[in-house]
Design a protein around this ligand. Structure first.
Ligand SMILES: *Cc1c(COP(=O)(O)O)cnc(C)c1O
Length: 368
């Protein structure tokens, strides 16, 4: 059977290995598996959110409230924006998909940093667009500006903080960059880890309302999958000026966010204590990762997220390490696919992190 040639050449996104797969492949007891691969919240989700979802379970026979009134109202209040300036998706991934469909057609281009969230280029390529990459581990905004002038891309993606490196641009640098971008180019500021960055350093904090008031060509993306611990519920959002949101709405399938997901997100937003605790504990635990790296001469990138990237150049091979850890039931992310000899580790609970340190220490001792 023949398919759209664009699809034929598309790579399938490889998500962090699910626990179920490791159980089946290696016969490891699920409770012995430590999953540090998908940047989930190791504390789980707000217990209050879990309770309202359990209480509402019998509502699943009905279609969801397609106006998403309650969640929209809660987010509008949180961010000081109007309901016309927000769209909610099945994860912010779905908003990225809408954006690509809305902007990319016939020889279109996107511009991104070389090492960044893989879904930008997957959705863009699926729309037949070509992908321009500014080289380097971190977002090099000067290089990006030069490439923007040269290629005039339809969309520019900025991931702040960046996944999978963990570093983060300062807000003022992002703003100085967007100021120079033409009104017709859509700038996407992906804030999937903003809760962590703004906690750690106010210079990295993005206020979505300010951002979209300054720049009518910019959309801010947020998600409930990371700090809020709702990865399994698939809820994300885009905040932008009304004319952008209006176009995205035309691409939204009806009922794209489930009843229970909407309920979970509303309740999670109220439980700010849970989110704050999660972030605090994350950075406390991250210190042990920094200490471990120093002890073994591993280079780390300063992280403003809930994960840390170990660069293994001169130490070992990231594929060997990731595979060897996996056989012991410890799932981390190998970054070979990004062209890096590095692993990305989600900061887990103390006992999970200890499992990682013990296994890693043994591997580094015995070499390859
Ligand atoms: C996790 C993540 C997202 C989106 O996650 P969803 O679960 O689809 O909301 C978007 N961007 C980055 C950089 C991420 O790491």
């Amino acid at each position: 059977m023949k398919f759209n040639p664009v699809i034929e050449h598309l790579k399938t996104y490889e998500p962090g290995k699910p626990i179920e797969l490791v159980v089946r492949e290696f016969g490891i007891d699920p409770k012995d598996i430590v999953k540090l691969a998908s940047n989930e919240n190791p504390k789980g989700c707000s217990p209050k959110a879990a309770k309202v979802v359990a209480d509402a379970a019998s509502l699943m026979y009905r279609y969801p409230d397609d106006s998403m009134m309650e969640l929209k109202a809660a987010l509008c209040q949180r961010f000081g924006i109007s309901e016309k300036e927000i769209i909610i998706g099945a994860g912010s991934d779905q908003i990225i998909e809408f954006l690509c469909h809305a902007k990319l057609y016939g020889g279109a281009k996107i511009l991104q940093s070389e090492v960044t969230f893989a879904m930008y280029q997957i959705y863009a390529a699926a729309c037949g667009a070509s992908v321009i990459k500014a080289p380097g581990l971190a977002h090099d905004l000067d290089a990006m500006y030069k490439l923007y002038k040269e290629h005039e891309p339809e969309i520019i993606f900025i991931c702040a903080p960046n996944n999978p490196t963990g570093d983060c641009l300062d807000l003022k640098d992002i703003e100085n960059f967007i100021e120079k971008i033409d009104e017709n180019t859509l700038v996407v500021v992906d804030g999937a880890y903003q809760e962590y960055a703004s906690y750690k350093d106010p210079n990295k904090a993005i206020n979505p309302a300010d951002l979209i008031n300054k720049f009518s060509n910019t959309i801010y993306l947020g998600t409930f999958s990371k700090a809020y611990g709702l990865g399994g519920m698939r809820v994300g959002y885009g905040i932008a000026s009304e004319h952008i949101i209006k176009s995205l709405y035309k691409l939204r399938p009806p009922f794209n966010v489930t009843t229970l997901s909407l309920i979970a997100a509303v309740e999670s937003l109220k439980d700010s204590e849970f989110v704050e605790e999660s972030i605090k504990e994350c950075f406390e635990q991250m210190n042990s990762y920094i200490e471990f790296a120093q002890k073994f001469g591993i280079k780390v990138i300063e992280s403003y997220t809930n994960f840390i990237t170990y660069i293994l150049d001169g130490i070992n091979d990231s594929t060997f390490i990731a595979d060897a850890l996996l056989r012991q039931g410890i799932i981390v992310r190998n970054l070979k696919g990004y062209g890096l000899n590095a692993i990305r580790i989600t900061i887990g609970k103390e006992n999970e992190n200890q499992r990682f340190f013990n296994a890693m220490q043994e591997l580094l001792k015995t070499g390859k």
